[in-house]
Every structure is written in structure tokens, then in C-alpha cells.
Write a protein that binds this ligand. Structure first.
Ligand SMILES: *Cc1c(COP(=O)(O)O)cnc(C)c1O
Length: 435
């Protein structure tokens, strides 16, 4: 039998070993920037496997995971319904380059759940979805200008990185090197939660109807309806980027909960059940402009991939409206408790919550836009992140990412989160707020 101490020593070496190898062959040791812990420091966990609300790292340490692949996982890791669907699909072949029943069924499932969606084009990532939706909006309006909101993230396509949240905000980048000025010349970035003045040059307004890439920032009452009216006034299209909110707030996403219908939708994350996927969608009329029905070219070798559609369908079929409601109630209760814990510890904090989404900002002011999110204390978040990690809870390694408790996070699991926050809050109280 190993002693605990030697087991722990060995433990740190597996992570350190993999991380050293990762940094040699992957830029920054990662395949996507936020995973590198640039915002919080320290060595990221290297994950061996997941089980429900937990992940297990290469050293066998078990963590309560609130990242859940940044929202791609809804049922918890390695859910039996998903792994069974995947095994069955994989045994039949992984890709054909032809229409398969799975993609028809997934598109039908999306149309059935989101009010207003009649046709869906499946792609392989959220980035592809927004990029293609933009092309479609520009084509059907015959206009070039795009309006987006500071702090909203729509993937890493050239035209949409400006003022992006998520990893772009984490790294403090205004956009990205390598983006030609011409590519963003027609992108207008405006503050979230303010209805902008539009003119007849605008092809579309793209928005996260619930902003979840600058931490969580709920839309204020009237904001989305105001966008709908502003777009209608000038003949611009309204695009809801529901890559996070779709099938996570509820079966109808933000479209159903806000009662505002966009012209085009972008989906991703949940609809792939943890496999690479994306989709853009709209009325039959608008989607009729997409090739081969219409002149807007868009294509993909792996689009509608049988594994991704099987996993996504398994997820959509496994959850009922009541499951979303129950999860949202659990998360609302947790958010209320966290607010009380921080107040009792004398820590100025905001805990925004929308359905099952929440995040924590260390600031006295409610956060309503990108500027507010950036004004919150990154230093306190960094301390909080590590104090939670010491207690076995993995938070997103950036204050600009949302927490994703899912169907596997029951009361007992969320109770563990609360206990960890109770202990961590006392330590955060000692940390200065300024960076
Ligand atoms: C994650 C995300 C994207 C990009 O999706 P990828 O699959 O990472 O390309 C786009 N929009 C929003 C709102 C997202 O959260």
C-alpha cells in the first residue's frame, strides 16, 4: 500500500508530466486558449475521464466540474444515454457524405422545440454557424454592415471577433492579430443592454439573447424586444446566437423565454451532446437562400455527422421541460445562497442567474454590459478560483466564462459547491480588489 503522501507526490507528477508534454506540441499547451489558465495562473488539470458532475484528472483526483465543456455537456459527463447512442452510431460507420436519418431527426427535434425555426443547416462548430448566418443575412438584405455587442462572443470568425467576450476578453485582446482591417470594417460594436440606433446599411444585429461570454449578463427587460423593433424599422435581420442558451435555458432556449423571435438562430454546444457541432436556422423562406436551394454557399465534409447527431438527439430526447425547471430552481436557490454567503463574508459580489446559468462577479455594481464585467475584480476571481480548486471544485478559469451546472448537479452536488464557497469567501475577503 502506498502512503497518502507518496500517492499525492506521484499525483502531481502525472499532471506536471502531461502539461510539460502538452506545452511542447500544443501552443500554450491547449487546443483552445481559455484552458491555459492565463487568467488565473497555475497548472491546469489534465483530464482523464468524466462521470456525471465530476471529472477525474490523470492523477486520479476527482473534481466537481462546473465547466462542463463550457456548456456543451448538459446531462453530465459520460451519460449512459449518450454513450449508448454513440456506440450504436459508431458501429454503423462514422461519416458518409450523404444524408442520414440522424441529421433529419435532429433538425426535426430543433424545429419542434424552437418557435419559428422551420429549417436547419448543420455545421461542425458554433463559429461556423455564426459565420454562415452572417453570410446569409448579408446576402438576403444586400447589405454589409453587422452590429454586435461588446462582450458577446460569436466564435472566432474574422468579422465577429471585435469586442468578443470569452477567451478574447480573458486575454484582454481587442480582437485578434491577423484579422484584416477590411474584414471588420463593416462590424459595429455597441454596448450590451442598449438598443442601438440602426440605419438602412445594417444587414443584421447579432446578439447573445442571454450574454454568457462575459460572465453571465442577463438581458434587461425590453432590450430584446427593442432590438426586434429596431431591426424591423430598417429592414435588418435579428440573429440570436443561442449557441449557449439554446436547449440549456429550456427546450425553446432564449427565444421561448424572452418571447422575442429573431430571423435567424445559431446553435451549437448542447445539440452535439459533447461532439463537434453547430447549426444555423430560420424560416423556410430565409433558409431557402442557402445552397443548393439558393445562392449562399455553405458546405462541410463532416456537417451533419452521424456521431454528433446521435449524441445530440440522445440529449434532446432525455430531457423534459420539467427537468429544466427543476434544474433552474436548484440553481436559483444556489445563487441566492451564494449572494448571502458573500454578503456575510463582507465580499462585494454579484451572482447573476438565468435559468440554469450563473456566474460570480466581484463588484458592488450589478453588471449590465462588457464594461461592467471588465470592471469587476479579476484579482479576487483568481483567488476565488484557486480557493475553490483547493476544495475540489473546478470553476471556469476566467471571470468571463459562465458556470454550467447541468442535469447531473443535484441538490447534494450543489450543496458541495455551497460549502466550498462558504470557506472560499472568507479567504477572498482578505484579497484586495484592485489588480
Ligand atoms: C461557444 C460559442 C460560440 C462558438 O462555438 P464553437 O463551437 O466554439 O466554435 C459561438 N457563440 C456563442 C454564444 C458561444 O458561446
Amino acid at each position: 500500500m502506498e502512503t497518502e503522501a507518496s500517492a499525492e507526490q506521484e499525483a502531481s507528477s502525472a499532471t506536471a508530466g502531461w502539461w510539460a508534454r502538452a506545452r511542447r506540441v500544443l501552443p500554450g499547451g491547449v487546443s483552445s486558449p481559455v484552458r491555459s489558465h492565463q487568467a488565473v495562473g497555475g497548472t491546469p488539470v489534465v483530464i482523464e475521464r468524466g462521470e456525471g458532475p465530476y471529472v477525474v484528472d490523470v492523477d486520479g483526483r476527482r473534481w466537481l466540474d462546473l465547466v462542463q465543456s463550457y456548456g456543451a455537456v448538459l446531462l453530465g459527463h459520460a451519460h449512459p444515454a449518450v454513450t449508448a447512442a454513440l456506440a450504436e452510431a459508431a458501429a454503423k460507420g462514422t461519416t458518409f457524405g450523404a444524408t442520414t436519418p440522424g441529421e433529419v431527426q435532429l433538425a426535426e427535434a430543433i424545429c419542434a422545440r424552437v418557435p419559428g425555426v422551420e429549417q436547419v443547416r448543420l455545421v461542425s462548430s458554433g463559429t461556423e454557424a455564426t459565420m454562415s448566418a452572417l453570410r446569409l443575412a448579408r446576402a438576403v438584405t444586400g447589405r454589409d454592415r453587422v452590429v454586435k455587442f461588446d462582450g458577446c462572443y460569436h466564435g472566432h470568425a474574422d468579422a465577429l471577433l471585435a469586442g468578443g467576450g470569452s477567451g478574447v476578453a480573458t486575454l484582454g485582446l481587442p480582437g485578434s492579430a491577423g484579422v484584416p482591417r477590411a474584414a471588420v470594417a463593416e462590424t459595429l460594436v455597441v454596448p450590451y443592454n442598449q438598443v442601438p440606433d440602426l440605419d438602412e446599411q445594417v444587414a443584421c444585429v447579432i446578439v447573445e439573447p442571454v450574454a454568457a461570454n462575459m460572465g453571465l449578463v442577463p438581458p434587461e427587460p425590453g432590450f430584446l424586444a427593442g432590438l426586434r423593433e429596431a431591426c424591423d424599422r430598417v429592414g435588418a435581420l435579428l440573429v440570436f446566437d443561442e449557441v449557449i442558451s439554446g436547449f440549456r435555458l429550456g427546450p425553446g432556449g432564449a427565444t421561448a423565454s424572452a418571447g422575442v423571435r429573431p430571423d435567424l438562430w445559431c446553435f451549437g454546444k448542447v445539440i452535439g451532446g459533447g461532439l463537434p457541432i453547430g447549426a444555423f436556422a430560420g424560416s423556410r423562406e430565409l433558409m431557402g437562400s442557402v445552397a443548393p436551394s439558393g445562392p449562399v454557399y455553405q458546405a462541410g465534409t463532416l456537417s451533419g455527422n452521424p456521431l454528433a447527431t446521435a449524441a445530440g438527439l440522445a440529449v434532446l430526447r432525455a430531457v423534459q421541460p420539467a427537468d429544466y425547471e427543476a434544474l433552474s430552481r436548484r440553481v436559483a436557490a444556489l445563487a441566492g445562497e451564494l449572494t448571502e454567503v458573500f454578503a456575510a463574508a463582507g465580499v462585494a459580489a454579484q451572482v447573476p442567474v438565468v435559468g440554469p446559468l450563473l456566474s460570480v462577479f466581484f463588484t458592488e455594481q450589478p453588471v449590465r454590459d462588457g464594461a461592467g464585467a471588465r470592471a469587476a475584480s479579476a484579482r479576487r476571481y483568481r483567488r476565488f478560483f484557486h480557493e475553490m480548486a483547493r476544495r475540489g471544485v473546478l470553476l471556469p478559469p476566467s471571470p468571463f466564462e459562465t458556470w454550467f451546472p447541468g442535469m447531473a448537479h443535484d441538490d447534494a452536488v450543489l450543496g458541495q459547491v455551497l460549502e466550498a464557497v462558504q470557506a472560499a469567501a472568507a479567504v477572498v475577503a482578505e484579497e484586495p480588489t484592485s489588480d
